[in-house]
Ligand binder design. Structure first.
Ligand code: AMP
Ligand code: MN
Ligand code: MN
Length: 350
């Protein structure tokens, strides 16, 4: 392992010059036959995959020949991402280099988000962490963590630029998918002038934003449309929750998915329909992931810091978007959220 560079807790200002220099040195110093393994977080989203594959294509342009990309869990890629440039770099987790020369992690705030692949960090010659979660634990040898970056792809492009890799349309596609995913297509608070400047650079490579958005965000099977109808139909509004700021929540079971013959990833978009609710600051979708296990998505409009709620319940995320894994019966999971909400309200209800 290389020496840790930078503080274990990320500096508010983003990566230090020393951390950038160490990351550049780690890539430039690779031998011709070096094996490089890219890993993104479990249940990967557009930022995780787009940053990883976009960066991977950049590394290939640099001449890295032994290059794999992977993520923990089943190797199936959600349909909306199967067309991404660079998917040919993907290998199932069990086929990933057991002891790579360099590991690079994308969009993962902690080792726990790497599942069974976390062991590669200890066995690698060196490790880089590229991320933008304020809760990042600094688990890499070199940590490029910028809590102000709208997406991990902002950090990924920062490193590609410092490596002198020219931006092409294939790399830009992944980085654009990542940027649009984490900014809600330029609607969220994180949409700064720098975000639009980065988007302009990416678009200037000739990529087609209409096609990309339709494929990633606006295409789903008819069965998913029917499933959404059912799951939204049982949404519950609790105006008194979160000290009067309100909570709206719903849930989907594996049985719901089976009845509509749908894969689990279709539920990722559900939170966007739930969080529209005007009467609630906090929204929540609870998705069954095991017999008594639930993947919980939380969103806030600002009165509640949902990352604190998620961390209190064993997860993580950002102030406005966070998640955790709930265990036990559904009632208990909802109860734990209700309780955690009351202690994490930032502003009193008027
Ligand atoms: P999601 O609701 O799955 O879109 O996740 C929203 C945010 O919460 C993302 O930034 C994730 O990184 C984070 N997150 C979701 N689930 C977990 C978890 N189990 N542990 C830590 N962070 C999570
Ligand atoms: Mn992510
Ligand atoms: Mn992200």
């Amino acid at each position: 392992m290389t020496e840790a560079v930078g503080d274990s807790v990320p500096a508010a200002g983003g990566p230090t010059d020393a951390a950038w220099a160490a990351a550049v040195a780690a890539v430039r110093g690779l031998a011709d036959d070096a094996r490089v393994l890219l890993i993104c977080h479990v249940n990967p989203d557009g930022d995780a995959l787009g940053s990883m594959l976009g960066f991977g294509l950049g590394l290939r342009r640099l001449g890295v020949r032994h290059l794999q990309a992977t993520f923990p869990g089943p190797a199936d890629l959600p349909e909306p991402f199967r067309w991404l440039p660079g998917v040919e770099l993907l290998v199932p987790q069990d086929d990933a280099y057991p002891a790579p020369d360099l590991v690079i992690c994308f969009d993962a705030a902690s080792e726990s988000r790497l599942g069974d692949l976390a062991d590669r960090l200890g066995r690698a010659g060196a490790s880089l962490v590229l991320d933008h979660h304020a809760s990042n634990t600094g688990f890499g040898g070199v940590n490029l963590v910028d809590p102000h970056a709208a997406a991990t792809s902002v950090v990924a492009l920062g490193l590609l630029d410092r490596l002198g890799v020219p931006l092409d349309a294939e790399t830009a596609t992944g980085l654009y998918v990542a940027l649009t995913t984490d900014t809600g297509s330029f609607r969220f608070e994180a949409t700064t002038p720098a975000v639009h400047e980065m988007a302009a650079r990416l678009l200037a490579t000739g990529i087609r934003p209409g096609d990309i958005s339709r494929r990633v965000f606006d295409t789903r099977p008819f069965g998913a449309v029917r499933l959404f109808g059912e799951v939204l139909g049982r949404a519950t509004l609790e105006p008194a929750a979160a000290a009067g700021h309100g909570l709206v929540w719903t849930y989907a079971t594996r049985d719901d998915l089976a009845r509509h013959d749908q894969p689990a990833y279709v539920l990722e978009a559900l939170i966007d329909s739930v969080r529209c609710t005007a009467e609630a600051d906090v929204s929540c979708v609870v998705k069954q992931s095991g017999d008594a296990e639930w993947a919980v998505s939380l969103r806030s409009k600002g009165a509640v810091d949902v990352s604190r709620v998620a961390v209190a319940l064993g997860g993580g995320g950002h102030r406005f978007a966070a998640g955790f894994t709930g265990r036990g019966p559904l009632d208990g999971v909802i109860g734990s959220i209700r309780d955690a909400l009351t202690t994490n309200v930032l502003t009193p209800h008027p």
